[in-house]
Design a protein around this ligand. Structure first.
Ligand SMILES: Cc1ncc(COP(=O)(O)O)c(C=O)c1O
Length: 298
């Protein structure tokens, strides 16, 4: 059992041996797209069950198309490599991060264009902070030709600025607004607002990554008879709802304050708790929706 595994262009290698050249497009222009994926250990079956694996690979290939990075492998080969990483990590829940990157070629049309791939893998032990405080960043996020729908390393450069604000304000999360001042997303998570039995989330046209965890939670919410609204969200709505974050690494995380204002006495706590419990059950195959989301990784 290892505490980190690296698969690099064809095989698992010692972590230190996964090297790229500084003149690779990966380093020169940040040309990479990636996914963060979880797989849960099923002790009865002695295998990993990957959560929404097809949706993650769809998004990986879509991101590569948008960022014009040639996909280096077929889906079956990517799943095979993920299974190799999973078997090296052994019998625990795991987080795997496949990345496609451009080695050479300023676009996929360049004659010397070449795509490549690596996967980092780790045991998955989500942290559960006692209180989750968030602020809204003083910076707004603008979309470029690649934009936030593609999960590209280049677009995550913005997050260095958000992370600095997060540390300076001594909070757990930073939310950011889009160029029109609407709520977009958080660092590493989609934002959901829960009011009574209503779940509201910024629509994809407000410039957010179309979070796979959020999609699963919205399906759970509909199944439980809650109302779901996807629409532009105003900043002040954050102060008038139970705010919940959704992301592969975080799972579902309840937010206790935004911009120093305590949220949570706004009538959504019970709904948020039910959704978190059902999401946890789904990851263990104990919710009926699990059959559509979990698949053996092998
Ligand atoms: C900016 C951003 N938004 C949302 C998410 C959540 O997306 P997902 O649920 O697909 O992990 C992430 C997670 O990687 C993210 O980085």
């Amino acid at each position: 059992m290892s505490d980190r595994v690296m698969w690099f262009n064809g095989a698992c290698v010692p972590w230190e041996d996964a090297r790229v050249h500084v003149w690779d497009e990966l380093a020169l222009r940040g040309a990479n797209v990636f996914e963060g994926i979880t797989a849960f250990w099923n002790a009865d079956e002695q295998r990993h069950e990957v959560l929404a694996g097809d949706a993650h690979l769809d998004r990986l290939y879509d991101s590569a198309r948008v960022a014009d990075i040639p996909a280096p492998m077929t889906r079956a080969e990517v799943f095979g490599a993920l299974a190799e990483v999973a078997s090296q990590l052994g019998g625990s829940d795991i987080y795997v991060r496949p990345t496609f990157y451009a080695k050479r070629g300023r676009s996929a049309l360049a004659p010397d264009s070449e795509g490549a791939m690596y996967i980092g893998g780790f045991p998955f032990r989500p942290s559960v902070p006692q209180a989750v405080r968030a602020i809204v960043s003083s910076h707004r996020r603008f979309g470029g030709p690649i934009g936030p729908h593609a999960k590209s390393g280049g677009s995550y450069l913005d997050f260095r600025v958000f992370e600095r604000e997060r540390v300076e304000h001594e909070v757990e999360h930073v939310f950011f607004l889009n160029d029109r001042g609407h709520v977009a997303e958080a660092d590493g998570a989609a934002i959901l607002l829960v009011r009574d039995r209503r779940v509201i989330t910024p629509s994809v046209d407000t410039g957010v990554l179309d979070s796979i965890t959020k999609r699963i939670v919205l399906d759970l919410a509909r199944g439980l008879g809650y109302e779901v609204e996807e629409r532009p969200v105003l900043r002040d709505e954050l102060y008038r709802a139970q705010v919940v974050l959704a992301g592969t690494l975080l799972g579902l995380r309840t937010v206790h304050s935004v911009d120093g204002r305590t949220v949570g006495d706004t009538g959504g706590a019970e709904t948020a708790a039910t959704l978190a419990a059902e999401y946890g059950r789904l990851c263990r195959g104990e919710n009926p929706l699990a059959s559509a989301c979990l698949a053996p990784l092998r």
